[in-house]
Each structure stands twice: as C-alpha cells, then as structure tokens.
Design a protein. Structure first.
Length: 586
C-alpha cells in the first residue's frame, strides 16, 4: 500500500510534465549542430523542427510526431528531438521507446535540468526508484539553489526508509531554505524513526535556543519531554512559559494534558475552564479544545450534563464568533435533545451572527415540523432581511404563504426568489420555486403562465416528479398537448409505480385520448387498495372510464363511491349516473 501511495504521488508530479510544455523554448539548432550539419541540412532541420513544434501547439499530434521523426533522420543527435519524441511515446504507453529517447536526450545534453527532471520523474513513475534517486541526486548537485529537487529526494529516502540519507538531505535543504519549524519537526521525526532520542532532543533544543523569545518552541519542548516520559522536565518547561506569559493558551493546554497524564483531573478541569474562559484564547484553540473535551467525554461514557454546563459557562461570556454556539447546537443534535432546546441554541447563534444561513435554515426546519403558521412566515422574512441573496429562504417563505392560502404573497416571494437563482443554487430549490409558482398560477386560472413556470421547473430538474404529474394532469384537463402530457405522466409511474395519484393521472390522459382499455389497466392499479384511495376524483375517473367500456354496473358503483367521499361535483356525477341508467332503459 505504501508503494502504491508513493507511486501515485510521483505520478501526480509526472503527468503535468508530459501533458504541458514548460515556457522554456527549445532551440531549433545548437552550436554543436552547426559543427556536424551542412548549411543545407541545418536549414532543413530548423524548418521541420519549428513546424513540428507549431503542429504540436495546434494539437495536430500525428503530424507533429511524423515531423519530429523526420527531424531525427536529418540529425540523429538532436537532443531536443529525442526529448520531444519521448513524450509522444509515453502518451501511447510505449515505455521502452519513451525511456530510450529520454535517456538519449539526457546523454546528448547532460546539463539540461529539464531533460533530467523528466527522466527522474519517469523512472519513479515506473517504480525504478534507484535510477530515479540517482537522477535527482545529480539534479540537486547541478542546481543547488532549487530546493524542489532536495524535497523530492527527501520523499524518496523516506519511502526507502533510508533515514541517514533523508537526514543528510534535510540538512542540505536547510542550507538552501534556512531553518524552519517544519524542517526541525521533520528531522526530529527522522531521529525518532532511527531510535536516536538524543538527536531529536538536540534538534529541538537548537530551535529553542535560536528563537529565545518564541514561547511556542518552549511549549514544543515541554510536549516532547512529556511524550518521552520526562514528566518533571515537561512540567518545568510549561511553568517557565507561564511565568513569562500567564495566559499562554498553548502552555495551559499542554499543562492540562500533563495533569491528565498524572491523573490529577481536578487541576486539569481547573485549567480547562481557565483556557476556555480566557478572552485571549484564540477561537480555533478554544474550539479544538472543546472538541477534545466532547470526544473524551463520549469515550468515557460521561454525563452530557457536564458538557452542556461547560458550553453554558463559555457562552455566558462575550463571543467574537458564533463558532462555539454552533458547536453547542451540533452537540445538542448529536444527543437528540428536544427541539425547544435546540431552537434556543440556534437563536443564540443568530444573536451573535444574524447572517448565519445554515442556522436560519435549521431553525426553519424545526419550526416547519410543528405548525407552518405566521411565526414561520415572520422568521422567513427576518432571515431574508439579513441574507437577501439566499434563494432557499424565498422558497420556504413562498411555500409557507401558499400553505396559509396567501397565493398572491406566495407568488411574490417565489418570483423574487427566482431572480436570485445562480449557477451554484441547488437544483432542487430552483426547480421547486417554479413548480410551486406553476401550481399557484394554475389555481389562479393563469394556465399559460403556469405552463411556462412548469417548463422552467423541468429545465432545472427534468425528473421533478410532482411537477411532471401536475403539468400532465392540467394539460389533460385543458385537452391540450396530450402526447406531451402522456410522456410526462409515464415518467412519474415509472418512478413510483404504486402511487395512486400518478396512476390516476396517466389513466385519465389515456382516457382523454379515447384509449379506454389502456386507461382501465392503470385506473385498476390505482384502485387496488381502496382503503387508501380516499380521493373522490379518482373514483369519478374510474366511473368515466368504465362507462366508456360499457360496464355500467361498475361505473355506477365508482361514481357512487365518489359521491360518498364528498365529491365537489356531486350534481354532475348524479347526472352521469342518471344518463347511464336512462340509456339502459331505452
């Protein structure tokens, strides 16, 4: 697995080199060429080489490939042509020829670092680690000011577990880049891997002494001492830092870990509160520490009351950001606390950061589960005041007003929301804004505008099932575009083959096309479970379908069922029953 990871790493650095040319221009001829080629051959070479480069730049790779090969016939010792051909052979996975030309390019121009780097990358990509190492060592010697070669050597030696060589390379890298915390820590890790505790200590001590005013390094020294079992020395290191800076959060945190290590939980908790309540503690430090406290509490099956009390103590203080309040809400959700408690937490988040859209949406979601009333509408409007560019808020506002029978207000909110739709707006929100708009417009008898809204909905989400069903059904009611309606409705029953509403819509569209036998198949499927079919419309449709098939008795039963369910068009249904029975008497 480590081998695969390493090779993947190398491949990542290799691919751009073969897929993209560097800005460095290749020469069309060199002084050596002038010595070995005649004037005529040199002009021919220059012409074909420049044309090959031009064709390659245009993406005409077969033409470029043939031209490069022709250049090689003119001058078999042209390093830049061998280099170019190696890339072409690599692109068609002819490893043997790719490597052959690349090695030839490097042999002909040994001082060319671009050629050598490509060769090193190629070796590593093929797991020829020793060969790649040799190339990068040469590059590091040849280009002493380029630290990327030393960095690659460091990774190679780490992969090979050649720690002495890795340490030697890191020292060379330090000469180029200068001392740094990252380099020191890396060297300490190498010493630890070698089992050289003294070397690791001396490396860190050197960093501490070279930066006597940087307390972070002194805390690092204490952490190293604690990790290596030198508890008294670690304690002294932390105490020395805290003498210089009593509110140093890093030293306090490390000292807290020290107390937990020796089992003194009382002192550890005292320090915990001190750090969390310290106004000078950075927000990220406070959050990281609180995460650790929560994690430790969960692992020890601790009481959630303790964690909630800690949150309360911290949040009673002035907050620069809403991060801690958000974390408290996340913990409440994790513990499945009552929605009332979570709402209190969310309101605290919004009191600190009113523009927190995520908290607004979560609060609306909780309120939505209870009662969609004026409070929900007011909360949506308040949220829009703070974040007027958030499309989803207009959707919730429009839907809430629609469910409260305020069609005009709903349509206004949804249309305003439609103007905020951007490329990154979730398609579900974009499509449903138009879907609800279409439903409202149809209810207002603005059928053409409704169909335009439905088309916009399906533009964003062609599989919005509810829109497909409503659009199809309303078209059938208008006896318009029945083939289009049938196609849309068929998608809904394929998606949900047992949905009685979708089955009824499809059956009715078939009925409107006078395909009564087919319509009967689907209306029967809708009526299979009459215990859940409480829609008078479906029973009314069933009666209409069955009377067209001459099955009067069934039709009468279905129409009567529609009447029993309180159909709005009871008078019309009674007329249909009377008409059917009159025809029979005649």
């Amino acid at each position: 697995m480590k081998r695969l990871l390493f090779i993947s790493l190398i491949l990542c650095s290799l691919l751009p080199a073969f897929g993209k040319k560097k800005d460095k221009k290749r020469q069309a001829q060199t002084p050596k060429q002038e010595q070995r080629l005649s004037d005529n051959d040199m002009r021919r070479y220059q012409y074909f080489y420049l044309e090959a480069v031009r064709q390659e730049g245009l993406g005409n790779y077969p033409e470029a490939f043939d031209l490069y090969r022709h250049c090689l016939e003119i001058d078999p010792l042209a390093s830049e042509t061998h280099y170019a051909l190696s890339g072409f052979y690599a692109s068609i996975n002819d490893d043997a020829l790719a490597l052959k030309h690349l090695k030839q390019a490097c042999a002909l121009d040994p001082d060319n670092d671009e050629f050598a780097e490509r060769l090193g990358q190629y070796y590593l990509s093929k797991n020829m680690i020793d060969e790649g190492t040799a190339v990068y060592e040469k590059l590091a010697d040849m280009c002493r000011d380029r630290s990327e070669f030393l960095d690659m050597l460091t990774r190679i030696y780490q992969y090979k577990k050649d720690y002495p060589k890795m340490l030697e390379t890191l020292n060379r890298l330090e000469v180029v880049e200068g001392p740094s915390e990252n380099l020191t820590l890396t060297k300490m890790q190498v010493y630890s891997s070698m089992g050289d505790e003294k070397g690791a200590y001396e490396e860190l001590n050197r960093l501490v002494k070279s930066h006597p005013n940087d307390l972070n390094y002194k805390v690092m020294m204490g952490n190293w001492l604690l990790a290596n079992g030198k508890k008294p020395e670690a304690l002294k290191a932390y105490q020395n830092v805290l003498k210089e800076e009593p509110d140093n959060a890093k030293a306090q945190t490390s000292l807290m870990d020290y107390y937990r290590t020796i089992g003194n939980t009382a002192e550890a908790d005292t320090l915990l509160y001190k750090i969390l309540e310290n106004p000078n503690t950075e927000t990220q430090t406070r959050i990281s520490l609180m995460r650790q406290v929560v994690s430790d509490n969960e692992q020890s099956d601790g009481d959630s009351t303790r964690i909630l009390n800690i949150f309360s103590r911290i949040l009673s203080l002035p907050q620069k950001t809403s991060d801690m309040a958000e974390m408290q809400v996340a913990y409440m959700n994790f513990k499945k606390m009552p929605n009332d408690s979570i709402l209190v937490g969310l309101r605290r988040v919004l009191s600190i950061n009113p523009e927190n859209v995520g908290a607004r949406l979560q609060m609306l979601d909780i309120m939505w589960r209870d009662t969609i009333d004026a409070n929900v509408i007011a909360e949506c409007e308040k949220a829009i005041d703070f974040t007027p560019e958030e499309t989803s808020l207009y959707y919730y506002l429009g839907l809430a007003k629609y469910l409260n029978n305020d069609n005009e207000g709903a349509l206004t909110a949804l249309r305003k929301g439609a103007t905020t739709i951007k490329d990154d707006t979730p398609t579900e929100i974009s499509s449903r804004i138009y879907m609800i708009s279409g439903d409202i417009l149809h209810h207002m008898s603005k059928h053409e505008e409704a169909y335009e809204a439905y088309d916009s909905c399906l533009f964003y989400n062609p599989d919005e099932i509810s829109c497909l069903n409503n659009y199809a059904y309303y078209l059938s009611e208008d006896n318009k575009d029945l083939k289009k309606a049938e196609q849309m409705s068929y998608k809904t029953i394929k998606a949900e083959p047992e949905n009685v509403t979708y089955l009824d819509t499809y059956a009715w569209i078939l009925y409107m096309q006078k395909r009564y036998e087919e319509a009967r198949i689907y209306i029967d499927q809708a009526l299979k479970n009459d215990s859940i079919v409480e829609s008078s419309v479906i029973w009314d449709h069933a009666g209409d379908i069955y009377i067209q098939l001459g099955m009067k008795s069934h039709a009468n039963d279905y129409w009567q069922k529609a009447i029993d369910l309180g159909a709005d068009n009871t008078a019309d249904i009674r007329k249909k029953i009377a008409k059917a029975n009159t025809k029979t008497k005649k």
